[in-house]
Design a binder for this molecule. Structure first.
Ligand code: BGC
Length: 494
């Protein structure tokens, strides 16, 4: 992401906001509505591919005769592709523009999905999953960036939230597709259906204008004017463009060296820490391998396993995300994180104990075992606790805590670390479980939740109700105080 100038500013919208009438959902202009559609599609792609593998894996393993390690490779290479895609997305978004980058993401995604569907063997399947992951990674940076630069300030939160919600809806859709095809074992259809959102993204993104900010940056004022007129309008479009030009002139792009410089380093680590802890506490082990976990816990048929997954992972994830979106601003970020981490810890310890002590045998045909029922309940608690806390709060904090000049690059680092951690967890989960058993594996996740709790208390600032500028000032003041020995380095209360 060499020339990444993905500084997510308060772009055109700051100016636009002062001049446009209040925007309500019902009065959204068609183009602005389409910006929402593009954002939602990028979230759906992300979510669908997070979720679909859980139901498809056992059939792929049987067809291709996969060892545990190869099952992990097939599962995790999407995240590896996404890691690379996320790192390159900023540079692509600067070179090609935000809109064309999303078209590219959609094409990569559709090609990857097609490759998966037609894969004659494991090698093609793994390559296809990498390509598809690459598309997901590019979309995971370009989608929110496009939305942030297109949406009016007053509704930007709604756009970012709709992205979060779309991820969970994508996972739920994948779970439903898995359930529908579980009796026939048609894993090629399960994976192949993701061509649909990929093609839709290409079609919708292709007719969209690029963001006024990017167009101004590359000197295409007339196009920037047309884009602004389509999406925001307002009486003084030229004034708004002048404002963007001023902002661009005032915002010098930080170099990579500055991103790692002492002034930003602490904020950088907070974002990276949040991104990594979000993954090492086990969410994608559960999402990717939920059917396997339910199989081990005593749900014997694939149909039972996918049904348990739909209910405990898919539906609960969407509902609890809705709760978070409603309360994130009134409760504050840290209380939500504390509550979620406590719930996750209790659930993980319960799963560990259930595997260690309870009966896994099915009492009668079609009836799940005691371990199965306890695991199902604990999974509901775990997913709900994640979905109202670490899920949305981590992404919100990551988009808030960085000074504007470094925001694009620092967010790319945090996003790549998130995919990297997801890769490590998904690439090792089954092997670790084989090696040390289910109880210890889930206990390790529980211990990591406790460590995350302690770390959040000590290191993460509360950003509720603060403007991005206030957060930036608070970092600076706090760091100056620490340097002068006037305030303790820990805990951070900003
Ligand atoms: C995480 C994903 C996860 C999803 C589950 C997101 O916030 O980044 O890795 O699969 O939540 O809803």
């Amino acid at each position: 992401m060499s020339a990444a100038s993905t500084v997510i500013a308060e772009p055109a919208t700051v100016a636009a906001e002062q001049t446009t009438a209040p925007l309500m959902f019902g009065r959204f202009r068609t183009w602005l509505f389409l910006v929402g559609v593009v954002t939602i599609l990028t979230g759906l792609l992300f979510g669908y591919d997070q979720g679909v593998i859980s139901g498809a894996l056992s059939f792929i393993a049987a067809d291709f005769n996969l060892s545990t390690t190869l099952q992990e490779v097939v599962t995790s290479w999407v995240t590896l592709g996404a890691l690379v895609g996320a790192l390159l997305a900023g540079g692509l978004a600067d070179q090609l523009g935000r809109q064309r980058t999303m078209v590219v993401a959609g094409i990569l995604f559709a090609i990857g999905a097609l490759g998966e569907t037609l894969a004659p063997g494991t090698v093609v399947l793994v390559i296809a999953r990498f390509v598809l992951g690459f598309g997901v990674g590019v979309a995971s940076v370009a989608g929110p960036l496009y939305a942030a630069e297109m949406a009016p300030k007053r509704t930007r939160g709604r756009f970012v939230s709709s992205y979060q919600l779309a991820i969970t809806i994508g996972i739920l859709l994948a779970d439903i597709v898995d359930a529908v095809f579980s009796s026939s074992g048609a894993w090629r259809v399960m994976l192949g259906l993701s061509i649909v959102p990929g093609v839709l993204l290409v079609l919708v993104a292709a007719i969209m204008p690029d963001t006024p900010r990017w167009l101004m940056k590359v000197g295409r004022r007339a196009d920037a004017k047309a884009s602004l007129a389509k999406t925001l309008g307002g009486p003084n479009i030229d004034g708004q463009l002048d404002k963007i030009a001023q902002e661009l002139a005032a915002t010098t792009e930080a170099s990579w060296g500055e991103v790692f410089a002492p002034a930003v380093r602490r904020a950088l680590w907070v974002g990276v820490g949040l991104a990594v802890f979000q993954q090492v506490t086990g969410i994608n082990a559960v999402i990717y391998y939920s059917d396997k976990i339910f199989a081990l816990a005593g749900f014997s048929t694939p149909h039972q396993q996918t049904l348990a997954t739909i209910l405990s992972v898919g539906v609960v994830n969407v509902l609890a995300t809705l709760i978070a979106l409603a309360w994130i601003d009134s409760f504050g970020r840290k209380p939500l994180l504390y509550a979620g981490l406590i719930g996750m810890t209790v659930a993980l310890v319960t799963i560990a104990l259930a595997f260690a002590t309870l009966d896994r045998r099915q009492p009668a045909d079609g009836v799940p075992s005691v371990t199965g029922i306890v695991t199902l309940i604990a999974m509901v608690v775990y997913i709900a606790s994640f979905a109202f806390s670490l899920g949305p709060v981590v992404w919100t904090l990551i988009s808030e805590i960085y000074p504007m000049r470094v925001r694009g690059k620092a967010m790319a680092v945090a996003t790549a670390c998130n995919w990297g951690a997801a890769f490590v967890v998904s690439a090792t989960f089954l092997s670790i479980m084989n090696l040390i058993g289910e109880p210890l594996t889930f206990l390790i996740f529980a211990v990591l939740c406790v460590i995350t709790f302690w770390w959040v208390r000590a290191k993460v600032p509360e950003t509720k109700g603060k403007s991005l500028e206030e957060i930036q000032e608070a970092w600076t003041e706090h760091d100056a105080g620490v340097a002068a020995g006037q305030v303790p380095a820990l805990p951070v209360e900003i």
